[in-house]
Design a protein around this ligand. Structure first.
Ligand code: 8GT
Length: 133
């Protein structure tokens, strides 16, 4: 039987802001894919619910609070053939708190056209295409 490595589940947030812009952040130095732009999020921990994982990651990275019930699953991507990451994109339109880059990362609001010109994390081109629909 072929090997079947356990998937690494990653969750990411497409936060819809003012004027049809989406929130992106730049991966900080020292991290895998440093310097690339991404949707906020990260790995789901063992036994953690995926929506709660996204709320935790976004609070840790950007100091804002999301309502897990108000997240909408929007798209899924994987990193075939490199690895076994499964990345789920959720969208949301509201949050509480003021956005702060708690990891010293750059962040900003981007139109889909502006996003197309950025160096994005590998799985995010398909997310941007999905958000355009
Ligand atoms: N968070 C996030 N990760 C993404 C996106 N697109 C994408 O290809 N990735 C990749 O998915 C993986 C997520 O890992 P991560 O480093 O963000 O997770 P984490 O915050 O839990 O990191 P850690 O393991 O360093 O604690 C990385 O390989 C990252 O490059 C995205 O839009 N958001």
């Amino acid at each position: 039987m072929a090997s079947n490595p356990t998937a690494v589940l990653v969750v990411a947030l497409g936060l819809a802001g003012p004027d049809g812009r989406w929130l992106l952040q730049q991966r900080p130095p020292g991290k895998h894919h440093a310097g690339l732009w991404e949707f906020p999020g990260g790995k789901v921990e063992s036994a953690e619910n995926q929506r709660l994982a996204l709320c935790r990651e976004v609070a840790e990275e950007l100091a804002i609070t999301l309502d897990p019930a108000a997240l909408s699953p929007a798209w899924v991507a994987d990193d075939w053939p490199q690895g076994n990451i499964v990345l789920i994109l959720y969208t949301a339109t509201r949050w509480q708190g003021e956005i702060v880059g708690l990891e010293g990362q750059q962040w900003g609001w981007f139109t889909l056209g502006e996003m197309a010109a950025l160096p994005l994390a590998p799985m995010d081109r398909s997310f941007a295409a999905r958000l355009a629909q």
